[in-house]
Design a protein around this ligand. Structure first.
Ligand code: SER
Length: 586
């Protein structure tokens, strides 16, 4: 079976069971500030898993692009990827364990025709915080699973993805990919491949680490598309399915080498460039902070493994089959090609400079720890690259010395950033939420203070990027803001914060939102959804803006902070960017 056919079958199956298809969301999470990337289909649904009503109803189905960087060092084996697609079905306070399990079984055996004797499951064993999930085990038994094919594990718990949020026990479905089917299911045997995870989200984890019963019982399932394709094809290697084959062929072509014998390098190149293509497409650029750094690391790691199979300047060529395989996505090819080339060239340049450092050691036997660290810090050489080059030149590397240097350096930078991270991720997510609301106030104030450029009725948002420290906000305006204007905008926003009005969320159709006078980006995706959220501040007197959140409930939550425009610059014709911060008042 091919990728597109599996997606279609899955969606249809659940649509017949009254599920509605949700859009495939960006890799940059809009609705969940607790994570860097969308790592599962549930992220775009977080507000709805927590009780907000979803405009498309209580039964949802979808395909979601995901990036998981926690597994980066496992990439290179047969089943781990940084980028993958996840099929999922969700119940928002509607059906629960019984239907969820039965439908998974029905889909796998009747629609996909998988052999039920090759299926096995794991179920939550219980721990001090939550009880054993006997109910799920009972359902599996009633379908015909023997005790030998059900194991209880404490690990069968999913979430929250960040530090807080929805979570609960899960039941994982495995498929046997080896030869003779064993009598007993042993989850540590790698030939049992996990293909589907059904999470029963009955809990919400709070900031203090405690579990609370969730306001509604949800189901969140995730089926790994690549893995399922592989087991259906009877191969143990995901890279031999149509989600990958073309990319591998292209790497074989460029290198003149065969996949067999070079699996690890080729898998890493294919995986990392695919992930990079999707990340750039969703608006990430290689750089030094957070997401940007992850992207940089992926491209550089691909380049490094390219070196191992004797290729360079290949990232653009490898991106082409990615566009072809995923022709159901829309790609900004020019932007992607430009960024890949730029980053690859930059890294190759660094490598060349780093090589000159090696030249100095031509007559020595060993690279000392300080030099290895210099290569790492100033030339972007990961230690693995230093070890590789050293080996090629018959040099040893003082690894211990390198680690010592690294530790020394980390201590220095830890002291420097201790203040920043003291408060932890949970606080970060609150800070992000406050800044989300602050950008609505900013847009409202821009429209009141600035004279609109000719031909423009309104100043419109062109983009925003929010971290716990600051919000970056792009809007349509054709010149520099004067100091006076900035001062006025700041005073207006800080005045609103002092008044402390409520922030309300209203649901309406796109048409109703237009009539209601809501501003915001009237995106295509909202049309598919049907209903959208409009955030209304101060009964609509301050702002009415289409947005999926998250937002504070009242501007009182911003009291204790001073809104400030920290920087401004032009980012192209007619678009200005400002950086805003909420400074904590003493
Ligand atoms: N959130 C669960 C997972 O990622 C199910 O989708 O496995």
């Amino acid at each position: 079976m091919e990728r597109k056919e599996l997606i279609e079958k899955f969606i249809k199956f659940f649509e017949k069971k009254n599920h509605k298809k949700v859009p495939n969301a960006s890799l940059i999470p809009e609705n969940d500030p607790t994570v860097l990337f969308t790592t599962a289909g549930m992220h775009p649904l977080v507000p709805y898993l927590l009780g907000q009503s979803h405009p498309q109803g209580k039964r949802l189905v979808g395909i979601q692009r995901c990036v998981r960087t926690g597994d980066i060092d496992s990439v290179g084996d047969n089943v781990h990827h940084t980028f993958f697609e996840m099929l999922g079905n969700w119940s928002l306070g509607d059906y629960f364990k019984e239907d969820s399990i039965r439908w998974s079984f029905e889909f796998l055996t009747e629609v996909l025709g998988l052999d039920k004797n090759k299926l096995a499951v794991s179920v939550f064993s219980g721990n001090k915080d939550a009880p054993r999930d006997n109910e799920s085990a009972k359902i599996w038994k009633s379908i015909g699973f023997s005790d030998d094919k059900i194991v209880f594990l404490e690990d069968n718990w999913w979430g929250p993805a960040g530090q807080t949020g929805p979570c609960g026990p899960d039941t994982e479905i495995f498929y046997w990919t080896g030869e003779e089917i064993p009598e007993k299911f042993d989850p540590s045997d790698k030939r049992w491949v996990e293909i589907w995870n059904n999470v029963f989200m009955e809990y919400v984890k709070r900031k203090d680490g405690s579990l609370e019963l969730s306001p509604q019982k949800n189901v969140d399932t995730g089926m790994g598309l690549e893995r399922t394709l592989a087991v259906m094809k009877g191969t143990y290697d995901n890279y031999k399915t149509d989600s990958w084959e073309k990319i591998i062929r292209e790497i074989e072509r460029i290198s003149g080498k065969e996949y067999e014998g070079h699996e690890k390098s080729m898998r890493i190149i294919a995986d990392h460039i695919k992930a990079a293509v999707f990340m750039i497409n969703d608006g990430v650029f290689p750089g030094k902070s957070e997401r940007e750094y992850v992207l940089r690391r992926l491209i550089r790691r691909a380049v490094r493994f390219g070196r191992k199979i004797g290729i360079k300047n290949f990232t653009q060529a490898v991106a082409v089959p990615v566009f072809e395989i995923y022709d159901d996505y829309r790609f900004d090819r020019e932007k992607i090609m430009h960024e890949l080339k730029k980053e690859e060239s930059l890294f190759l340049e660094r490598i060349e400079k780093g090589m000159r450092v090696f030249e100095k050691f031509a007559d020595s036997e060993k690279i000392d720890g300080k030099t290895a660290f210099l290569l790492y810090q100033s030339y972007g050489f990961p230690i693995e690259l230093t070890l590789e080059v050293a080996k090629e030149r018959g040099l040893e590397v003082d690894r211990e010395g390198f680690l010592e240097e690294q530790k020394k350096h980390q201590e220095i930078s830890r002291t420097a950033t201790a203040g920043k991270f003291k408060s932890g991720l949970a606080d970060e997510s609150e800070a992000t939420t406050r800044l989300h609301t602050a950008t609505h106030l900013l847009l409202a104030a821009l429209n009141r203070v600035l004279e609109k450029p000719p031909g423009l009725k309104e100043i419109e948002q062109r983009g925003s990027n929010i971290t716990a420290e600051r919000a970056r906000f792009d809007f349509t305006f054709d010149r520099k803001l004067t100091d006076k204007e900035i001062q006025k905008i700041e005073e207006m926003v800080n005045g609103w914060i002092r008044e402390g009005s409520d922030v309300e969320r209203k649901e309406m159709t796109l048409e109703e939102a237009r009539k209601f006078g809501a501003s915001g980006i009237f995106e295509e995706k909202y049309k598919q959804i049907g209903k959208i959220s409009v955030y209304v501040i101060g009964d609509g007197k301050i702002s009415k803006e289409i947005c999926s959140g998250p937002h504070v409930k009242s501007l009182k939550e911003l009291q204790g902070y001073r809104f400030k425009i920290a920087k401004q610059k032009s980012v192209g014709a007619g678009v200005r960017r400002v950086k805003v911060v909420l400074e904590k008042l003493a």
